[in-house]
Design a protein. Structure first.
Length: 474
């Protein structure tokens, strides 16, 4: 390296001082929302993960490792795997997938089928990162929000178990058969507790069981699911437990139950019920930005509800194929996703239009069975009936919040809620008017019957009075 000439020293020193005074790497628009309204919505497939088991099992549940959202801007990528900066950042690295034979008839056919499920590293789709071994088919699994090494699982035989990836592939503990559910555990969730060891599970046997993983020999508490004033037990298929006490349960009868664990009396623990679906509710999700609103997915539609109203405020069109799962976008208030039995993924953007999906992706030719969105909002994974799970990357227009979107969606929800309230009040008025008219009609009919009978009696008396006396026999 040649030495700097003395004559150039003042100029070089001046340039160095300028560089020190001005941050040439400064982001002048940090925090500003980019406008992607003109961009076309897109979703591209990054990779596909295949079930290593030779038996045909469905990917019934997906849970992302909760280790923080990916950074939108990343200087490095991994082009040799086709993976983007969201993966290279290391914040969306692992995902747990539960594989199971969900139909009873398949249990005998797949008697020798594997009961193992897997944790995948998204940068390595060829080999599972960790193996979850169970004594029965794993229907659902969920990462612990406080300890990313701990996973909760619900089994087909009704047991609840948990794994610690630091302690091996077998469950650290599981509930005894005689104290467990009598039907498959279709959904389970961790609770927001101080210990991080409390969880809840639901099953089609009609019970909600609360557990403490430090002591799984029996449920801490149980709740039998029945509508208020009814005697029939409702089987549970899905669970939404985002609050410490209040939670939602989706039933196989198509009814959503709003429950409160800390209600004053046992009768009040099951509150409002929301009916309208024509089949099992495979997914229940509260809105991440507006907690009073939640989405239910079942039969051929997805419906958005407000917890104070018994009828949905918004409903998607009826599809030709049934819906199997759904989820809100964690970053865009107006976007949600639904999975269909014909292998298609619908992406809805209610901020721009409500009649049709903003984008429909043909993921596979098999039925989609599960769906989950990473907390960063850019990555989405869907599971299919053949055991494949597909990782998709969403475009900026579907993953980054748009200017004024939250306020706009709040106005849309408020407008639809007011409309539904007006319709409900009008329906109540018509019902009261019909009862009142029925009561008046009944009174008039009674008066008419009384008048008729009195008239008949008077007629008889009149006829008896004017009739001639009987002959004396002369």
């Amino acid at each position: 390296m040649t030495a700097c000439r003395p004559a150039d020293a003042p100029q070089v020193e001046s340039l160095i001082k300028q560089n020190n005074a001005v941050d040439i790497y400064e982001d002048y628009f940090a925090g500003a929302l980019a406008d992607h309204r003109c961009d076309q919505p897109q979703a591209r497939t990054l990779t596909v993960f295949r079930d290593p088991s030779p038996s045909k099992r469905s990917a019934s549940y997906i849970s992302w490792l909760p280790d923080g959202a990916p950074t939108p801007a990343c200087p490095s990528a991994r082009p040799h795997l086709g993976l983007t900066c969201a993966l290279a950042a290391g914040s969306a690295r692992k995902v747990a997938v539960a594989y199971s034979l969900m139909h009873f008839q398949q249990q005998s056919e797949g008697a020798g089928a594997s009961c193992n499920s897997y944790v995948w590293d998204v940068s390595n789709p060829n080999t599972p990162d960790f193996e979850l071994r169970a004594g029965s088919q794993l229907c659902c699994c969920s990462y612990n929000g406080k300890d990313a090494n701990v996973l909760l699982g619900g089994l087909y035989n009704g047991q609840v178990a948990y794994w610690d990836t630091r302690k091996g592939h077998t469950p650290c503990d599981s509930s005894p058969i005689e104290r467990s559910h009598r039907d498959p555990v279709y959904d389970a969730a961790w609770l927001a507790s101080k210990t991080g060891s409390e969880c809840a599970s639901v099953s089609t046997d009609g019970y909600v069981h609360w557990w403490d993983t430090r002591r799984l020999n029996e449920p801490v508490e149980s709740l039998l699911l029945m509508e208020r004033g009814q005697s029939s037990v409702l089987g549970a298929v899905s669970l939404e437990y985002s609050d410490a006490a209040k939670f939602l349960v989706g039933t196989e009868q198509g009814i959503v139950l709003s429950c409160n664990r800390k209600a004053k009396s046992a009768v009040d623990r099951v509150g409002m019920s929301y009916g309208g679906h024509h089949g099992p509710l495979y997914a229940l999700r509260r809105h991440p930005f507006f907690p009073k609103y939640f989405m239910s997915v079942g039969d051929w539609t997805a419906r958005v509800w407000m917890e104070d109203l018994r009828s949905p405020v918004m409903t998607t069109c009826y599809h030709t194929a049934g819906l199997t799962s759904g989820a809100w976008s964690p970053t865009r208030p107006g976007v949600f996703f639904t999975a269909r039995m014909d292998g298609q993924l619908d992406i809805w953007d209610y901020f721009y239009k409500q009649n049709d999906p903003a984008l429909t992706v043909q993921v596979t030719d098999k039925a989609l069975t599960s769906l989950n969105v990473h907390e960063g909002g850019r990555l989405l994974m869907t599971g299919a009936a053949d055991g494949s799970t597909t990782l998709l990357e969403l475009s900026d227009s579907l993953s980054l919040a748009q200017p004024g979107e939250k306020q706009g969606m709040s106005q849309i929800f408020d407008r639809e809620t007011k409309r539904e309230r007006n319709l409900e009040s009008r329906a109540r008025e018509l019902k009261r008017g019909a009862k009142r008219d029925a009561g008046q009609t009944g009174g008039d009919a009674a008066e008419a019957s009384i008048d008729d009978s009195s008239l008949d009696a008077l007629t008889d008396e009149f006829l008896a009075a004017i009739s001639p006396p009987a002959a004396n026999g002369h």
